[in-house]
Unconditional design. Structure first.
Length: 65
């Protein structure tokens, strides 16, 4: 099943790409280029959503009426 996950990234002065999944903003990863970073982010997403890891902070939404 295909899904879409938002992420934030930037390039450091040394040329490394850093980024994080917006739902898990405390956990950054890096890559040599944007594609490499995306591969690391996919791995993190799978890890964080498929396994129950104690202490992982996640962003969620409330609907207030």
């Amino acid at each position: 099943m295909e899904s879409t996950v938002n992420f934030t990234y930037w390039v450091e002065a040394d040329g490394k790409f850093l980024g994080y999944l917006n739902d898990f903003a405390d956990y950054w990863t890096q890559g040599n280029d944007l594609q490499d970073l995306k591969e690391h982010l996919i791995d993190l997403c799978k890890l964080f959503t498929e396994e129950k890891i104690v202490g992982i902070r996640k962003v969620d939404q409330l609907i207030i009426s």
